[in-house]
Design a protein around this ligand. Structure first.
Ligand code: AFP
Length: 325
């Protein structure tokens, strides 16, 4: 089976980017080990602190963030990082050529129940003009990403990654510590009968979403003429992995509860990297009002509504926004 290095070379990734990705993944392998130790290593449960977004941090959020921060800072390739768990950007090497954004442990509430969690990341070039501690350098649309992916800590530790030449999925071979290419060039089926949305939020949704999900729930008797199934992992990384593997639509839409938070998911750490993976696998990624990867970020922790998945299903969903039917 092909190794990660050869696939990255085959896809034309520059050497420095390959070295950076390998460094980042070394950190993820350490997270994978810590996660697998669970209660034995005393890493489960919450800390007494909150992140900048007011969310209680799990011990594994803090540990994973520290591992990635230390690994990337020491690498020399990175000018600055932005993390879901950091208040502002973390300056690294002023001469570094890349910026890295990450959610160190997506779905961390799943740690308590030994369910799916993962690390999500994206990489862009560092603009030459920027100072290493300047957050504005991160305010680039997703179209500027040179690589993005996630590492899923599940029954197997898996990596999904793109450098803009298709989406490839690798499995960590723990016997020698390398990621092996197990699912080359994945293609998301264009049609689906599976959706993922937290329906407990229905009363807070806008009309297009209520109407669309209503039609899916109506099944064979409704306008869609087929029965749909629903799945919800409560970790975007798990839901998106399922969609990449067998199709589906994943939504975390705009929510009327708090207009200052248009959706729950973060643009830089969650929506953009997943959008890049999805588009490279033939799927779509939209806010309901435009392509996610074209959203111009205004601040590093910005949230955005997300609709990702099978091409035809996402297109159908978007017609509800156009006509507000
Ligand atoms: P946590 O990392 O705080 O567990 O949040 C995970 C997440 O941001 C995303 O991965 C999930 O899709 C979403 O939240 C789940 O949110 P619900 O609380 O609505 O299930």
């Amino acid at each position: 089976m092909k190794r990660l290095n050869s696939q990255l070379q085959h896809d034309g990734a520059p050497l420095e980017l390959i070295l950076l990705i390998r460094t980042l993944l070394a950190g993820c392998k350490e997270i994978s080990f810590r996660v697998s130790q669970g209660a034995l290593a005393g890493v489960l449960g919450s800390t007494l602190s909150e992140n900048v977004q007011g969310e209680t941090q799990k011990k594994l959020d803090v540990i994973s963030n520290q591992i990635l921060k230390d690994t990337l800072r020491d690498s020399g390739y990175v000018k600055a990082i932005s993390s879901e768990e950091e208040d502002t950007v973390v300056p690294c090497n002023p001469e570094g050529n890349y910026l890295v954004s990450f959610d160190p442990l997506d779905g961390s509430s799943n740690t308590e129940i030994n369910s799916l969690i993962g690390t999500i990341f994206s990489i862009t070039h560092a603009p030459q003009w920027m100072e290493a501690d300047d957050p504005s350098a991160f305010l680039q649309p997703g179209t500027q990403m040179v690589a993005a992916g996630y590492v899923l800590y599940g029954p197997s530790t898996m990596l999904a990654m793109t450098t803009g030449r298709g989406t490839h999925i690798y499995t960590l071979d723990k016997t020698h510590g390398g990621f092996l290419l197990t699912h080359p060039n994945v293609k998301v089926p264009e049609e689906t009968k599976e959706f993922a949305i937290n329906t407990s939020n229905e009363r807070h949704w806008e009309e297009p979403v209520k109407n669309y999900i209503g039609d899916l729930l109506a099944g064979t008797e409704g306008p869609r003429g087929k029965d749909y199934n629903m799945r919800w992992v409560a970790a975007m990384v798990g839901d998106i992995h399922r969609v990449l593997c067998r199709g589906g639509i994943f939504m975390y839409p705009f929510d009327k509860r708090n207009p200052s938070k248009p959706g729950k998911l973060r643009l830089l750490y969650e929506a953009n990297p997943m959008a890049f993976l999805m588009e490279q696998a033939g799927g779509l990624a939209n806010t309901g009002h435009g392509r996610i990867m074209e959203v111009m970020p205004k601040e590093i922790h910005q949230r955005v509504p997300t609709i990702l998945g099978s091409k035809e299903e996402v297109e159908t969903c978007l017609t509800y926004y156009q006509t507000d039917k």
